[in-house]
Design a protein around this ligand. Structure first.
Ligand code: 5BU
Length: 475
Protein backbone atom coordinates (compact mmCIF):
# COMPACT_ATOMS: atom_id res chain seq x y z
CA UNK A 1 0.00 0.00 0.00
CA UNK A 2 1.45 3.39 -0.97
CA UNK A 3 1.48 6.61 1.05
CA UNK A 4 -1.49 8.08 -0.87
CA UNK A 5 -3.60 5.07 0.04
CA UNK A 6 -2.50 5.22 3.67
CA UNK A 7 -3.31 8.92 3.75
CA UNK A 8 -6.80 8.26 2.40
CA UNK A 9 -7.49 5.68 5.10
CA UNK A 10 -6.33 8.06 7.84
CA UNK A 11 -8.46 10.85 6.37
CA UNK A 12 -11.51 8.61 6.14
CA UNK A 13 -11.06 7.73 9.79
CA UNK A 14 -10.57 11.39 10.70
CA UNK A 15 -13.86 12.48 9.08
CA UNK A 16 -15.82 9.65 10.73
CA UNK A 17 -16.37 7.55 7.59
CA UNK A 18 -14.78 4.56 9.36
CA UNK A 19 -16.11 3.93 12.85
CA UNK A 20 -15.26 1.25 15.40
CA UNK A 21 -17.36 0.23 18.41
CA UNK A 22 -20.84 -1.29 18.56
CA UNK A 23 -23.28 -0.51 15.76
CA UNK A 24 -26.78 -1.72 15.07
CA UNK A 25 -27.04 -2.52 11.37
CA UNK A 26 -30.34 -2.11 9.57
CA UNK A 27 -30.72 -5.89 9.58
CA UNK A 28 -30.88 -5.71 13.38
CA UNK A 29 -27.43 -7.33 13.69
CA UNK A 30 -24.70 -5.70 15.75
CA UNK A 31 -21.40 -4.95 14.04
CA UNK A 32 -18.05 -3.92 15.54
CA UNK A 33 -17.37 -1.47 12.72
CA UNK A 34 -19.31 0.82 10.45
CA UNK A 35 -18.31 2.27 7.12
CA UNK A 36 -20.26 5.29 5.99
CA UNK A 37 -18.75 6.83 2.90
CA UNK A 38 -21.72 9.15 2.36
CA UNK A 39 -19.86 11.89 4.23
CA UNK A 40 -17.09 12.14 1.65
CA UNK A 41 -19.21 14.45 -0.53
CA UNK A 42 -18.48 17.13 2.09
CA UNK A 43 -14.71 16.69 1.66
CA UNK A 44 -13.95 17.53 -1.98
CA UNK A 45 -10.18 17.06 -1.69
CA UNK A 46 -10.57 13.59 -0.20
CA UNK A 47 -13.27 12.73 -2.72
CA UNK A 48 -10.89 13.74 -5.49
CA UNK A 49 -8.07 11.61 -4.00
CA UNK A 50 -10.33 8.56 -3.76
CA UNK A 51 -11.56 9.06 -7.29
CA UNK A 52 -8.00 9.38 -8.58
CA UNK A 53 -7.31 5.95 -7.08
CA UNK A 54 -10.31 4.51 -8.88
CA UNK A 55 -9.31 6.25 -12.12
CA UNK A 56 -5.81 4.80 -11.90
CA UNK A 57 -7.25 1.34 -11.25
CA UNK A 58 -9.30 1.39 -14.44
CA UNK A 59 -6.77 3.22 -16.61
CA UNK A 60 -5.52 -0.01 -18.19
CA UNK A 61 -9.04 -0.96 -19.24
CA UNK A 62 -9.49 2.51 -20.71
CA UNK A 63 -6.19 2.28 -22.58
CA UNK A 64 -7.34 -1.03 -24.03
CA UNK A 65 -10.62 0.66 -24.94
CA UNK A 66 -12.65 -1.93 -23.04
CA UNK A 67 -15.24 0.08 -21.19
CA UNK A 68 -17.30 2.68 -22.88
CA UNK A 69 -19.43 3.65 -19.89
CA UNK A 70 -19.29 4.03 -16.09
CA UNK A 71 -22.12 3.36 -13.69
CA UNK A 72 -22.26 4.05 -9.95
CA UNK A 73 -24.42 1.90 -7.67
CA UNK A 74 -27.00 4.25 -6.11
CA UNK A 75 -26.62 6.28 -3.99
CA UNK A 76 -23.27 6.64 -2.20
CA UNK A 77 -21.17 5.67 -5.21
CA UNK A 78 -22.86 8.16 -7.55
CA UNK A 79 -20.64 11.15 -6.70
CA UNK A 80 -17.58 8.87 -6.91
CA UNK A 81 -18.63 7.65 -10.36
CA UNK A 82 -19.31 11.24 -11.43
CA UNK A 83 -15.83 12.45 -10.50
CA UNK A 84 -14.20 9.37 -12.08
CA UNK A 85 -16.21 10.06 -15.22
CA UNK A 86 -14.87 13.60 -15.33
CA UNK A 87 -11.30 12.41 -14.58
CA UNK A 88 -11.30 9.73 -17.26
CA UNK A 89 -13.71 11.21 -19.77
CA UNK A 90 -15.73 7.99 -19.67
CA UNK A 91 -19.43 8.84 -20.06
CA UNK A 92 -21.59 7.92 -17.09
CA UNK A 93 -24.89 6.10 -16.71
CA UNK A 94 -27.22 6.20 -13.71
CA UNK A 95 -29.25 3.21 -12.62
CA UNK A 96 -32.62 4.22 -11.25
CA UNK A 97 -33.35 2.65 -7.89
CA UNK A 98 -37.03 2.52 -8.77
CA UNK A 99 -37.91 2.17 -12.44
CA UNK A 100 -40.19 4.98 -13.53
CA UNK A 101 -43.82 3.89 -13.46
CA UNK A 102 -44.73 6.36 -16.17
CA UNK A 103 -43.16 7.64 -19.38
CA UNK A 104 -40.25 5.63 -20.72
CA UNK A 105 -40.02 3.07 -17.86
CA UNK A 106 -36.24 3.24 -18.23
CA UNK A 107 -34.04 1.42 -15.74
CA UNK A 108 -30.89 3.23 -16.82
CA UNK A 109 -30.51 6.94 -17.50
CA UNK A 110 -27.90 8.34 -19.86
CA UNK A 111 -26.95 7.50 -23.44
CA UNK A 112 -25.74 4.08 -24.45
CA UNK A 113 -25.93 1.48 -27.19
CA UNK A 114 -26.76 -2.18 -27.00
CA UNK A 115 -23.70 -4.24 -25.96
CA UNK A 116 -21.71 -1.33 -24.48
CA UNK A 117 -19.17 -2.39 -21.83
CA UNK A 118 -19.73 -0.79 -18.44
CA UNK A 119 -17.56 -0.45 -15.35
CA UNK A 120 -19.67 -0.50 -12.19
CA UNK A 121 -18.46 1.46 -9.14
CA UNK A 122 -19.62 0.75 -5.58
CA UNK A 123 -18.53 2.18 -2.24
CA UNK A 124 -18.75 -0.84 0.12
CA UNK A 125 -19.53 -4.51 -0.42
CA UNK A 126 -20.92 -6.82 2.25
CA UNK A 127 -23.29 -9.40 0.70
CA UNK A 128 -23.04 -7.94 -2.81
CA UNK A 129 -26.82 -7.72 -3.21
CA UNK A 130 -26.88 -4.06 -4.27
CA UNK A 131 -24.20 -4.63 -6.87
CA UNK A 132 -26.09 -7.61 -8.22
CA UNK A 133 -29.25 -5.51 -8.57
CA UNK A 134 -27.34 -2.92 -10.57
CA UNK A 135 -25.67 -5.57 -12.72
CA UNK A 136 -29.07 -7.19 -13.40
CA UNK A 137 -30.61 -3.89 -14.46
CA UNK A 138 -27.68 -3.08 -16.72
CA UNK A 139 -27.91 -6.52 -18.30
CA UNK A 140 -31.67 -6.16 -18.75
CA UNK A 141 -30.86 -3.00 -20.67
CA UNK A 142 -28.52 -5.01 -22.94
CA UNK A 143 -25.34 -3.61 -21.42
CA UNK A 144 -22.33 -5.72 -20.54
CA UNK A 145 -20.64 -5.32 -17.15
CA UNK A 146 -16.92 -5.63 -17.90
CA UNK A 147 -15.69 -4.88 -14.41
CA UNK A 148 -16.82 -3.93 -10.90
CA UNK A 149 -14.67 -1.70 -8.66
CA UNK A 150 -15.50 -1.52 -4.96
CA UNK A 151 -13.86 0.96 -2.64
CA UNK A 152 -14.03 -1.11 0.57
CA UNK A 153 -14.58 -4.86 0.91
CA UNK A 154 -16.06 -5.78 4.31
CA UNK A 155 -14.62 -9.26 3.62
CA UNK A 156 -17.78 -11.11 4.54
CA UNK A 157 -17.74 -13.20 1.38
CA UNK A 158 -19.79 -10.93 -0.91
CA UNK A 159 -16.90 -10.18 -3.25
CA UNK A 160 -16.06 -13.87 -3.57
CA UNK A 161 -19.73 -14.67 -4.21
CA UNK A 162 -19.95 -12.21 -7.10
CA UNK A 163 -16.63 -13.36 -8.43
CA UNK A 164 -17.98 -16.94 -8.42
CA UNK A 165 -20.86 -15.68 -10.50
CA UNK A 166 -18.35 -14.67 -13.15
CA UNK A 167 -18.08 -10.95 -12.40
CA UNK A 168 -14.67 -9.33 -12.76
CA UNK A 169 -14.72 -7.63 -9.36
CA UNK A 170 -11.93 -6.07 -7.27
CA UNK A 171 -11.72 -3.84 -4.23
CA UNK A 172 -9.36 -0.96 -3.57
CA UNK A 173 -9.21 -1.52 0.21
CA UNK A 174 -10.15 -4.43 2.43
CA UNK A 175 -11.33 -3.84 5.97
CA UNK A 176 -8.31 -5.82 7.22
CA UNK A 177 -5.90 -3.46 5.43
CA UNK A 178 -7.80 -0.53 6.92
CA UNK A 179 -7.69 -1.73 10.53
CA UNK A 180 -4.05 -2.83 10.18
CA UNK A 181 -3.06 0.70 9.18
CA UNK A 182 -5.23 2.37 11.80
CA UNK A 183 -3.78 0.14 14.51
CA UNK A 184 -0.24 0.78 13.32
CA UNK A 185 -0.84 4.53 13.34
CA UNK A 186 -2.28 4.36 16.86
CA UNK A 187 -5.78 5.36 15.75
CA UNK A 188 -7.51 2.26 17.09
CA UNK A 189 -6.69 -0.07 19.97
CA UNK A 190 -5.51 -3.68 19.72
CA UNK A 191 -8.89 -4.68 21.07
CA UNK A 192 -10.90 -2.84 18.41
CA UNK A 193 -8.61 -4.28 15.75
CA UNK A 194 -9.25 -7.78 17.09
CA UNK A 195 -13.00 -7.19 17.36
CA UNK A 196 -13.15 -6.31 13.67
CA UNK A 197 -11.23 -9.39 12.61
CA UNK A 198 -13.38 -11.61 14.86
CA UNK A 199 -16.52 -10.05 13.46
CA UNK A 200 -15.48 -10.77 9.87
CA UNK A 201 -14.63 -14.34 10.76
CA UNK A 202 -17.99 -14.94 12.42
CA UNK A 203 -20.17 -13.13 9.88
CA UNK A 204 -19.42 -14.78 6.61
CA UNK A 205 -22.31 -14.94 4.16
CA UNK A 206 -23.05 -18.26 2.55
CA UNK A 207 -21.09 -18.55 -0.62
CA UNK A 208 -23.58 -20.44 -2.69
CA UNK A 209 -26.99 -19.52 -3.95
CA UNK A 210 -28.85 -22.20 -2.03
CA UNK A 211 -31.24 -19.58 -0.68
CA UNK A 212 -32.26 -18.81 -4.22
CA UNK A 213 -33.49 -22.28 -5.07
CA UNK A 214 -34.47 -24.17 -2.04
CA UNK A 215 -37.55 -22.68 -0.42
CA UNK A 216 -40.18 -24.73 -2.18
CA UNK A 217 -37.94 -27.81 -2.22
CA UNK A 218 -37.21 -27.93 1.49
CA UNK A 219 -39.53 -29.57 3.98
CA UNK A 220 -40.93 -27.35 6.75
CA UNK A 221 -38.86 -29.30 9.28
CA UNK A 222 -35.62 -28.53 7.45
CA UNK A 223 -36.58 -24.88 7.18
CA UNK A 224 -37.30 -24.67 10.91
CA UNK A 225 -33.78 -25.95 11.57
CA UNK A 226 -32.00 -23.34 9.43
CA UNK A 227 -29.75 -21.03 11.43
CA UNK A 228 -31.29 -17.89 9.98
CA UNK A 229 -34.92 -18.87 10.68
CA UNK A 230 -36.23 -16.57 13.42
CA UNK A 231 -37.79 -17.88 16.62
CA UNK A 232 -41.28 -16.76 15.66
CA UNK A 233 -41.00 -18.33 12.19
CA UNK A 234 -39.74 -21.53 13.84
CA UNK A 235 -42.77 -21.47 16.09
CA UNK A 236 -45.16 -21.27 13.11
CA UNK A 237 -43.29 -24.01 11.27
CA UNK A 238 -43.36 -26.31 14.30
CA UNK A 239 -47.05 -25.74 14.74
CA UNK A 240 -47.69 -26.49 11.05
CA UNK A 241 -45.70 -29.72 11.32
CA UNK A 242 -47.39 -30.82 14.55
CA UNK A 243 -50.91 -30.20 13.30
CA UNK A 244 -50.14 -31.21 9.70
CA UNK A 245 -51.90 -28.14 8.41
CA UNK A 246 -50.85 -25.18 6.30
CA UNK A 247 -54.37 -23.81 6.12
CA UNK A 248 -55.11 -20.27 7.28
CA UNK A 249 -58.79 -19.42 7.54
CA UNK A 250 -59.87 -15.82 6.89
CA UNK A 251 -62.77 -15.34 9.30
CA UNK A 252 -64.31 -12.33 7.58
CA UNK A 253 -67.69 -12.57 9.26
CA UNK A 254 -69.77 -9.64 10.45
CA UNK A 255 -70.30 -10.12 14.18
CA UNK A 256 -68.25 -11.15 17.19
CA UNK A 257 -70.55 -14.13 17.83
CA UNK A 258 -70.10 -15.38 14.26
CA UNK A 259 -66.35 -14.90 14.59
CA UNK A 260 -66.13 -17.06 17.72
CA UNK A 261 -68.41 -19.66 16.18
CA UNK A 262 -66.38 -20.02 12.99
CA UNK A 263 -63.13 -19.98 15.00
CA UNK A 264 -64.37 -22.93 17.08
CA UNK A 265 -65.50 -24.83 13.99
CA UNK A 266 -62.22 -24.52 12.10
CA UNK A 267 -59.83 -24.51 15.09
CA UNK A 268 -58.63 -28.16 14.82
CA UNK A 269 -57.77 -27.71 11.14
CA UNK A 270 -55.84 -24.46 10.93
CA UNK A 271 -52.37 -23.09 11.63
CA UNK A 272 -53.51 -19.45 11.50
CA UNK A 273 -56.85 -17.74 12.04
CA UNK A 274 -56.86 -14.50 10.07
CA UNK A 275 -59.07 -11.66 11.24
CA UNK A 276 -60.11 -8.21 10.09
CA UNK A 277 -61.13 -7.33 13.61
CA UNK A 278 -61.91 -3.73 12.61
CA UNK A 279 -64.67 -5.02 10.33
CA UNK A 280 -66.39 -7.16 12.95
CA UNK A 281 -69.29 -5.66 14.92
CA UNK A 282 -69.44 -6.11 18.70
CA UNK A 283 -65.85 -7.16 19.38
CA UNK A 284 -64.89 -6.58 23.01
CA UNK A 285 -61.92 -7.49 25.13
CA UNK A 286 -63.71 -10.69 26.08
CA UNK A 287 -64.04 -11.65 22.38
CA UNK A 288 -60.28 -11.27 22.03
CA UNK A 289 -59.65 -13.27 25.21
CA UNK A 290 -61.96 -16.02 23.96
CA UNK A 291 -60.12 -16.14 20.62
CA UNK A 292 -56.78 -16.33 22.44
CA UNK A 293 -58.06 -19.19 24.61
CA UNK A 294 -59.14 -21.08 21.50
CA UNK A 295 -55.75 -20.42 19.91
CA UNK A 296 -54.02 -21.89 22.95
CA UNK A 297 -56.36 -24.86 23.26
CA UNK A 298 -56.22 -25.81 19.57
CA UNK A 299 -52.65 -24.66 18.86
CA UNK A 300 -53.08 -22.02 16.18
CA UNK A 301 -51.89 -18.42 15.81
CA UNK A 302 -54.04 -15.36 15.26
CA UNK A 303 -53.18 -12.93 12.52
CA UNK A 304 -54.81 -9.51 12.40
CA UNK A 305 -54.85 -8.59 8.71
CA UNK A 306 -54.63 -4.85 9.41
CA UNK A 307 -52.36 -4.01 6.45
CA UNK A 308 -50.67 -1.17 8.30
CA UNK A 309 -49.05 1.37 6.01
CA UNK A 310 -48.29 4.66 7.74
CA UNK A 311 -45.00 6.24 8.81
CA UNK A 312 -43.01 4.34 11.46
CA UNK A 313 -44.12 6.39 14.45
CA UNK A 314 -47.83 6.13 13.62
CA UNK A 315 -47.59 2.41 12.86
CA UNK A 316 -45.86 1.93 16.22
CA UNK A 317 -48.71 3.70 18.02
CA UNK A 318 -51.41 1.87 16.05
CA UNK A 319 -49.69 -1.45 16.61
CA UNK A 320 -49.56 -0.90 20.36
CA UNK A 321 -53.21 0.09 20.64
CA UNK A 322 -54.92 -2.03 18.01
CA UNK A 323 -52.87 -5.04 17.02
CA UNK A 324 -50.46 -6.16 19.70
CA UNK A 325 -52.90 -8.74 21.04
CA UNK A 326 -52.51 -10.76 17.83
CA UNK A 327 -49.55 -13.07 17.22
CA UNK A 328 -49.13 -11.85 13.67
CA UNK A 329 -50.01 -8.77 11.67
CA UNK A 330 -49.90 -7.78 8.02
CA UNK A 331 -48.28 -4.56 6.80
CA UNK A 332 -47.84 -2.84 3.46
CA UNK A 333 -44.25 -2.02 2.54
CA UNK A 334 -45.19 1.27 0.88
CA UNK A 335 -43.67 3.44 3.61
CA UNK A 336 -40.40 1.47 3.77
CA UNK A 337 -38.56 -0.64 6.31
CA UNK A 338 -38.41 1.81 9.20
CA UNK A 339 -42.08 1.19 9.86
CA UNK A 340 -41.01 -2.33 10.83
CA UNK A 341 -38.42 -0.89 13.16
CA UNK A 342 -41.35 0.85 14.91
CA UNK A 343 -43.13 -2.46 15.44
CA UNK A 344 -39.89 -4.16 16.44
CA UNK A 345 -39.24 -1.51 19.09
CA UNK A 346 -42.75 -1.88 20.49
CA UNK A 347 -42.43 -5.66 20.61
CA UNK A 348 -38.98 -5.55 22.21
CA UNK A 349 -40.11 -3.07 24.87
CA UNK A 350 -42.64 -5.60 26.13
CA UNK A 351 -40.48 -8.69 25.79
CA UNK A 352 -42.65 -10.09 23.04
CA UNK A 353 -39.86 -10.63 20.52
CA UNK A 354 -40.05 -14.29 19.40
CA UNK A 355 -43.82 -14.22 20.05
CA UNK A 356 -44.90 -11.61 17.51
CA UNK A 357 -44.38 -11.55 13.75
CA UNK A 358 -45.22 -9.60 10.63
CA UNK A 359 -46.22 -10.65 7.12
CA UNK A 360 -45.49 -8.01 4.48
CA UNK A 361 -47.76 -7.64 1.47
CA UNK A 362 -45.57 -8.04 -1.62
CA UNK A 363 -48.38 -8.75 -4.09
CA UNK A 364 -52.18 -8.61 -4.05
CA UNK A 365 -54.63 -11.16 -5.42
CA UNK A 366 -57.14 -8.65 -6.77
CA UNK A 367 -57.50 -7.46 -10.33
CA UNK A 368 -56.33 -3.91 -11.07
CA UNK A 369 -54.04 -3.52 -8.05
CA UNK A 370 -51.19 -1.02 -8.40
CA UNK A 371 -48.26 -3.11 -7.13
CA UNK A 372 -45.40 -3.16 -9.67
CA UNK A 373 -42.63 -5.76 -10.06
CA UNK A 374 -40.10 -3.31 -8.67
CA UNK A 375 -42.28 -2.73 -5.59
CA UNK A 376 -42.45 -6.48 -5.02
CA UNK A 377 -38.69 -6.82 -5.42
CA UNK A 378 -38.01 -3.98 -2.98
CA UNK A 379 -40.47 -5.54 -0.53
CA UNK A 380 -38.49 -8.79 -0.53
CA UNK A 381 -35.40 -6.80 0.38
CA UNK A 382 -37.20 -5.18 3.32
CA UNK A 383 -38.33 -8.62 4.50
CA UNK A 384 -34.74 -9.90 4.36
CA UNK A 385 -33.51 -6.84 6.26
CA UNK A 386 -35.99 -7.30 9.11
CA UNK A 387 -35.95 -11.06 9.55
CA UNK A 388 -36.19 -10.77 13.35
CA UNK A 389 -39.77 -9.63 13.09
CA UNK A 390 -40.79 -10.46 9.50
CA UNK A 391 -41.95 -14.06 9.15
CA UNK A 392 -42.76 -13.86 5.48
CA UNK A 393 -44.53 -12.32 2.54
CA UNK A 394 -48.10 -12.31 1.33
CA UNK A 395 -47.66 -12.84 -2.38
CA UNK A 396 -49.08 -14.52 -5.45
CA UNK A 397 -46.13 -15.58 -7.61
CA UNK A 398 -43.65 -18.41 -7.24
CA UNK A 399 -40.07 -17.14 -7.17
CA UNK A 400 -40.84 -13.84 -5.46
CA UNK A 401 -39.57 -15.15 -2.14
CA UNK A 402 -36.36 -17.15 -2.44
CA UNK A 403 -35.38 -17.40 1.21
CA UNK A 404 -36.30 -20.71 2.89
CA UNK A 405 -36.21 -19.02 6.28
CA UNK A 406 -39.27 -16.93 5.37
CA UNK A 407 -42.82 -18.09 4.64
CA UNK A 408 -45.04 -17.42 1.65
CA UNK A 409 -48.68 -16.89 2.58
CA UNK A 410 -51.07 -16.75 -0.36
CA UNK A 411 -54.75 -15.77 -0.28
CA UNK A 412 -57.28 -16.31 -3.04
CA UNK A 413 -58.16 -20.00 -2.69
CA UNK A 414 -61.61 -21.42 -3.45
CA UNK A 415 -62.62 -24.64 -5.13
CA UNK A 416 -66.15 -23.62 -5.98
CA UNK A 417 -65.62 -20.15 -7.47
CA UNK A 418 -63.14 -18.42 -9.78
CA UNK A 419 -63.57 -14.97 -8.27
CA UNK A 420 -66.02 -12.38 -7.03
CA UNK A 421 -67.62 -9.26 -8.54
CA UNK A 422 -65.11 -6.99 -6.74
CA UNK A 423 -61.91 -8.24 -8.35
CA UNK A 424 -60.91 -11.21 -6.18
CA UNK A 425 -59.32 -14.04 -8.20
CA UNK A 426 -59.34 -17.64 -6.91
CA UNK A 427 -57.06 -20.65 -7.43
CA UNK A 428 -57.31 -24.27 -6.36
CA UNK A 429 -55.25 -25.65 -3.43
CA UNK A 430 -52.98 -27.46 -5.86
CA UNK A 431 -52.36 -24.28 -7.95
CA UNK A 432 -51.57 -22.31 -4.85
CA UNK A 433 -49.03 -24.77 -3.45
CA UNK A 434 -47.43 -26.11 -6.63
CA UNK A 435 -47.69 -23.34 -9.20
CA UNK A 436 -47.71 -20.31 -6.94
CA UNK A 437 -45.26 -21.71 -4.38
CA UNK A 438 -47.35 -20.92 -1.29
CA UNK A 439 -46.34 -22.35 2.08
CA UNK A 440 -49.58 -21.32 3.78
CA UNK A 441 -52.86 -20.84 1.89
CA UNK A 442 -55.66 -18.50 2.99
CA UNK A 443 -59.26 -19.58 2.50
CA UNK A 444 -62.11 -17.27 3.51
CA UNK A 445 -65.55 -17.51 1.93
CA UNK A 446 -64.73 -20.98 0.57
CA UNK A 447 -64.96 -22.16 4.19
CA UNK A 448 -67.05 -19.80 6.30
CA UNK A 449 -69.83 -19.64 3.68
CA UNK A 450 -69.90 -23.43 3.25
CA UNK A 451 -72.83 -25.39 4.66
CA UNK A 452 -70.49 -27.27 6.97
CA UNK A 453 -67.44 -25.06 7.68
CA UNK A 454 -65.73 -27.66 9.93
CA UNK A 455 -65.93 -30.42 7.30
CA UNK A 456 -64.93 -28.01 4.52
CA UNK A 457 -61.94 -26.76 6.54
CA UNK A 458 -60.87 -30.38 7.03
CA UNK A 459 -61.15 -30.96 3.29
CA UNK A 460 -59.02 -27.88 2.45
CA UNK A 461 -56.51 -28.81 5.16
CA UNK A 462 -55.98 -32.30 3.75
CA UNK A 463 -55.87 -31.13 0.18
CA UNK A 464 -53.30 -28.38 0.92
CA UNK A 465 -51.18 -30.63 3.13
CA UNK A 466 -51.09 -33.49 0.62
CA UNK A 467 -50.09 -31.08 -2.15
CA UNK A 468 -47.31 -29.72 0.07
CA UNK A 469 -46.07 -33.30 0.70
CA UNK A 470 -46.16 -33.92 -3.04
CA UNK A 471 -44.15 -30.73 -3.62
CA UNK A 472 -41.33 -31.63 -1.25
CA UNK A 473 -41.20 -35.29 -2.21
CA UNK A 474 -41.00 -34.49 -5.93
CA UNK A 475 -37.68 -32.72 -5.67
P1 5BU B 1 -61.73 -14.92 0.50
O1 5BU B 1 -63.07 -14.89 1.11
O2 5BU B 1 -61.10 -16.31 0.41
O3 5BU B 1 -61.70 -14.16 -0.83
O4 5BU B 1 -60.83 -14.10 1.55
C1 5BU B 1 -59.51 -13.80 1.28
C2 5BU B 1 -58.91 -13.05 2.47
O5 5BU B 1 -57.55 -12.76 2.21
C3 5BU B 1 -59.57 -11.73 2.80
O6 5BU B 1 -59.53 -11.56 4.18
C4 5BU B 1 -58.68 -10.69 2.15
O7 5BU B 1 -58.67 -9.48 2.88
C5 5BU B 1 -57.34 -11.35 2.21
N1 5BU B 1 -56.45 -11.00 1.07
C6 5BU B 1 -56.74 -11.33 -0.24
O8 5BU B 1 -57.78 -11.89 -0.54
N2 5BU B 1 -55.89 -11.00 -1.22
C7 5BU B 1 -54.72 -10.37 -0.98
O9 5BU B 1 -53.92 -10.13 -1.91
C8 5BU B 1 -54.44 -10.06 0.37
C9 5BU B 1 -55.29 -10.41 1.37
BR1 5BU B 1 -52.86 -9.24 0.75
Amino acid sequence: MNTDQRGIILNLHEIGALKFGTFQLKSGETSTFYIDLRVIVSYPKLLQQICSLVSVTIQKDIDEKIPTRLCGVPYTALPIATVVSINTNLPMLIRRKEAKLYGTKKLIDGEYSCGDDVIVIEDVISSGASILETVEDLEKSNLNVSRVIVLVDRQQGGLQRLSNKGLNITSIFTITQIVDILKREGKISEEKHKNVLDYIKNHQIKNDDSDMILRTKLAFQQRAELGETSKITQKILKLIIEKKTNLCVAADVESADQLLKIAEQVAPHICILKTHIDAVIGVTESTIKHLQQLAKQYNFLIMEDRKMADIGNTVKLQYKKLVKWADLVTVHSVSGGLMLKGILEEVQQTDLLDKRGVFIIAELSCEGNLISQQYTKDTVKIAEDYKDIVVGLVCQTNGVLPSPSLLQLTPGVNITSSGDSLGQKYQTPSDIILTKGADIAVVGRGIYEATNPAETAKYYKESLWNTYLERVSNQ
